[in-house]
Design a protein around this ligand. Structure first.
Ligand code: B12
Length: 211
């Protein structure tokens, strides 16, 4: 069993992937290779299938769980720094909003893609996002809003950040049922994504802009 075959098992949501990871580690396969060309590649394939309409949300969640199981097995074998962070993200649902399933999924996919994630819960006041971002030295702040009435609370965070002179420090992204690219542009957010797969791409793109 090599990393490529593990990628296929993960992408096929085959539970045997975890056993194969254990066997591969026992056989002395490179854990970094297993992580990158195996589990992470498998997750990317799941993302591609999701985009192609072949997989839906339940598959995305199952894939995330399976990948987490595999990563937990590989983790103790990884050399220091192999899981280097792609970037630091603070994410939560804005004030007035308690929908946490969508952003939870985004957080999980970002984490699996190598981002350091700080989930700060639901019904989060604007300043709490900023204080947390400062505390953990975040690159990106993710705001989740599912209600027409809570979109203005995303705008509030964007405005605070601008007024505090932190626009170049923290990139604000938004998502959730009632959000759109148009609304993100209107409020001056750095980006919007319709789902967890696109959110990973968006965050990678924004990290590229920061360098
Ligand atoms: C489940 C649900 C609830 C649950 C939430 C449970 C929970 N723990 O989250 C409960 C029952 C609590 C609830 C309550 C309410 N809800 Co509700 N809810 C929904 C429902 C059916 C599904 C939302 C969901 O979780 N989907 C599953 C996720 C995984 O799917 P998703 O949205 O595609 O998620 C992706 C994207 O949104 C994106 N994303 C999400 N967050 C982020 C963040 C970032 C940074 C990025 C980049 C991307 C991103 O990535 C996600 C993963 O791929 C929606 C309907 C809908 N169409 O969305 C209504 C909906 C959002 N709710 C609605 C309403 C009205 C309410 C209530 C006001 C009802 C009431 N009268 O009490 C309350 C408000 C509570 C509050 N203050 O927040 C309306 C909003 C309408 C509007 N225009 O404002 C909707 C649209 C239903 C409808 N058609 O009327 N709700």
């Amino acid at each position: 069993m090599n990393a490529g075959e593990i990628a296929i098992r993960v992408a096929d949501l085959d539970d045997a992937a975890a056993d194969e990871v254990t066997k591969a580690l026992e056989a002395g396969l490179d854990p970094v290779e297993l992580l990158r060309a195996g589990v992470i590649r498998g997750l990317e394939r799941i993302g591609e299938k999701f985009e192609a309409g072949e997989y839906f949300l339940p598959e995305l969640m199952m894939g995330g769980e399976l990948a987490e199981k595999c990563i937990a097995l590989i983790d103790p074998f990884l050399p220091e720094g192999a899981g280097a962070s792609e970037g630091v993200v603070v994410i939560g649902a804005v004030h007035g909003d308690i929908h946490d399933i969508g952003y939870g999924l985004v957080a999980k996919q970002l984490q699996l893609a190598g981002f350091e994630i700080h989930k700060i819960g639901v019904n989060v006041p604007a300043m709490t996002f900023i204080e947390k971002a400062q505390e953990v030295n975040a690159d990106i702040i993710g705001l989740s809003a599912f209600l027409t009435t809570t979109i203005p609370n995303c705008t509030e965070v964007v405005e605070y950040i601008r007024d505090m002179g932190l626009k170049d420090t923290f990139k604000v992204i938004i998502g959730g049922a009632e959000t759109s690219q148009e609304k993100a542009d209107q409020m001056g957010a750095a980006g919007w994504a319709p789902n967890a797969v696109e959110a990973v791409k968006l965050c990678r793109r924004l990290m590229g802009q920061k360098e």
